[in-house]
Design a protein around this ligand. Structure first.
Ligand code: AMP
Length: 301
């Protein structure tokens, strides 16, 4: 089964209390695709500028990510994001967001990307997420992410996009902000009323929670002590989750989602153990499966 993702393709600059990097391959769609490609053929859609070179393409292709729908905008500059982490690594400040080539981007998907069974609308302007959703008419499962930046600056558009998704993934704080509801359970219930069948709250080191109209499931994070830099953890979680679902032949129901969350959790745990998604570049599937097996010892899913 094929999987298409649209989202940011970026260069990131990050500062942590123990070190910094000024130019990392990042972006929500990139972190997602590097994790998802462990499980299923993943096609990435998004624009890049002249500064996006062979080295960046090589990282994606090395993981088997299909880059045919990365659109090079001549004369353009790739999306740029800068952030600084606090001593409590769960806290970060955004220092800079330069949309650059995303300002005028109009997604044009190839026939192969439009034919995806499973579609992920990673974090990007919600109008763009919707344009891609509308082009992928045959997708049998559509999930999406967003963030405070879009909740504040494009609220109406974001609500319209959410109404078209089967599953909404947000951080707990973002869900509360979206619904103006300080209690997470109530926030998730309100989000379900916007249209999706499933809502997943990402809770950083505390794990993740799945809400549906008649169910709840909570999963702890994989207990890693080696946190280096967490940018993209949420996207790697989504990549593992959606990759697993794309490879899943039968119906995408609550049981499938619970197991998919374990794969997402394992991918996210590797993501935080290095800068950007570096730790996943050379990872083999057996390492992911081993962490899923450990999680299964702790929780039944
Ligand atoms: P996460 O740590 O899961 O929130 O994902 C961080 C990634 O999202 C970074 O690699 C950034 O390049 C990207 N990002 C940050 N802000 C935005 C934004 N406003 N729109 C799209 N992508 C963003």
């Amino acid at each position: 089964m094929t999987l298409t993702v649209v989202g940011s393709i970026a260069f990131d600059a990050v500062e942590t209390p123990s070190g910094s990097r000024d130019r990392l391959l990042g972006g929500s769609a990139v972190h997602f695709a590097i994790a998802a490609s462990q499980f299923a053929e993943t096609r990435i859609v998004g624009p890049v500028g002249d500064d996006f070179g062979e080295g960046e393409y090589a990282i994606l292709r090395h993981r088997g990510v299909n880059t045919d729908d990365i659109e090079h905008i001549p004369g353009g500059t790739t999306f740029f994001w800068a952030g600084r982490y606090h001593r409590d690594i769960n806290q970060r400040d955004t220092l800079q967001t330069d949309l650059n080539v995303f300002e005028d981007f109009e997604p044009k998907l190839s026939e192969a990307s439009r034919a995806a069974d499973v579609l992920f609308l990673a974090n990007i302007q919600p109008d763009l997420q919707r344009e891609v959703r509308e082009q992928c008419e045959r997708a049998r499962f559509v999930a999406m992410d967003s963030m405070n930046f879009w909740i504040e600056s494009a609220h109406g558009s974001l609500l319209r996009t959410i109404s078209l998704a089967d599953c909404l993934l947000l951080n707990d704080g973002e869900l509360e902000q979206l619904t103006d509801e300080p209690n997470l359970t109530r926030a998730a219930r309100k989000a379900l009323e916007l249209g999706p069948r499933f809502v997943i709250a990402k809770q950083g080191e505390y794990g993740s929670a799945l809400y549906s109209r008649d169910g709840y499931f909570g999963l702890t994070a994989y207990p890693t002590a080696d946190i280096v830099e967490p940018t993209g953890a949420g996207d790697s979680f989504a990549g593992g989750l959606m990759g697993f679902l794309a490879a899943h032949e039968s119906e995408i129901d609550e049981a499938a989602l619970r197991r998919a969350m374990a794969y997402g959790t394992a991918c996210a745990s590797f993501n935080v153990e290095g800068f950007g998604s570096e730790r996943l570049y050379e990872l083999d599937r057996a390492a992911i499966d081993a962490r899923v097996a450990e999680l299964e010892q702790m929780t039944r899913f």
